[in-house]
Design a protein around this ligand. Structure first.
Ligand code: Q9C
Ligand code: ZN
Length: 341
């Protein structure tokens, strides 16, 4: 399997995030992608290709121009106030406070962000655009006949929606790629999200549409981020009713119960008549992940890849989360090798 990768991911290199009342060193760090590309090369998984530039058009097919413009200029606006540290929001437009777009960078950060865990710095936009280009370069290879391609995206994307960012995500790489398949002639695309966290951005982006089936396996939002979305009764709306499915799973979930939900997700995908499959590939389901509480083990990732291969569709793997950094290369490539067996 070929991999698409860009070194520009390194430009996203935050210092800290706010978790449980404390500023802690960021979990979503450059080393994550380095360890994965090292493993891809060491195992000779396949050729590594650079990203091509697709510009803003494919991004604007699924994202609001206001969000994209904000991400492009946020650092400059922040730095113009004399601040030299990462930009984070600290107030949000909850219902009751209204939702006006302030002239202040602090108001605009709260307007577009869902959390205080997603720092913006001088290189953020370049890294974010490179990540989307990685996804689009890989998407094009799958659309033109490759059985499967790995888009080693960083920063990740599945928490970003049409008009918001957060959860370490700025643009929704999987959503952008799914829309690109449709724009190139696919009639339906399935997105399977196996990141530990609910793919709230992907759900929001396609919630009213039947041309993208979105299925997410994740930690129950009663217990886990993003808390406000990801419940089992969210099934899509309007034309999209029946084209979204959530599998919230409790803390402590191991392969035995995970694989039962995966089986149901796989069956739904296989019967939906998709022309392509996009996998939001998070490895934070691993038993040693520092911010997560599932119990998947190294070998389980081979079986995950194998089950995805049975879905028998042209497949685009998009890198999402996974914070047990030293194990991330092994676990990621295990999925891809399980797929190829
Ligand atoms: N105590 C991805 O995996 N912080 N994003 C959670 C819980 C946000 C994870 C804090 C986690 C976002 C792509
Ligand atoms: Zn995650």
């Amino acid at each position: 399997m070929r991999t698409v990768f860009s070194e520009d991911h390194r430009l996203q290199d935050g210092r800290s995030e706010l978790i449980e009342g404390q500023f802690v060193p960021v979990n979503e760090m450059p080393r994550r992608a380095e360890i994965v590309i090292d493993r891809v090369r060491a195992t000779k998984l396949g050729e590594v290709l650079p990203a091509r530039d697709f510009g803003l058009d494919p991004i604007l097919r699924v994202h609001d121009r206001g969000l994209v413009g904000f991400l492009q200029s946020a650092w400059d606006e922040w730095a113009a106030t004399g601040r030299t540290f990462d930009a984070l929001p600290h107030v949000w437009p909850v219902p009751g406070l209204g939702r006006r777009l302030s002239d202040s960078i602090d108001g605009r950060l709260g307007y577009y962000a869902i959390d205080a865990g997603t720092p913006i710095m001088s290189g953020t936009w370049k890294a974010v655009q490179a990540s989307a280009n990685v996804a689009l370069t890989a998407q094009k290879l799958v659309a033109t006949g490759e059985r499967a391609v790995f888009a080693l995206c960083r920063p990740p994307g599945h928490h970003a929606g049409s008009d918001f960012y957060g959860g370490y995500c700025f643009l929704n790489n999987a959503g952008i790629a799914a829309q690109a398949f449709l724009d190139q002639g696919a009639r339906r695309v399935a997105i399977l999200d196996v990141d530990y966290h609910h793919g709230n951005g992907t759900q929001q982006m396609f919630y009213g549409r039947s041309d993208v089936l979105t299925v997410s396996l994740h930690a129950d939002p009663r217990q886990e981020f993003p808390y406000f979305l990801g419940y089992a009764d969210e099934i899509g709306e309007g034309a999209g009713e029946g084209y979204h499915q959530n599998f919230p799973l409790p803390w402590g979930t191991d392969w035995r119960s995970y694989s039962e939900a995966l089986e149901l997700a796989g069956k739904r995908i296989q019967q939906c008549g998709a022309d392509a499959l996009v996998i939001s590939l998070g490895l934070d389901t691993f038993e040693e992940d520092p911010i997560s509480r599932f119990k998947l083990r190294h070998d389980d990732y081979f079986r995950l890849g194998e089950r995805i291969a049975w879905m028998d569709l042209p497949t685009l793997f998009i890198m999402e989360g996974g914070y047990a950094v030293e194990a991330l290369g092994v676990n990621t490539v295990n999925v891809l090798m399980g797929f190829e067996q």
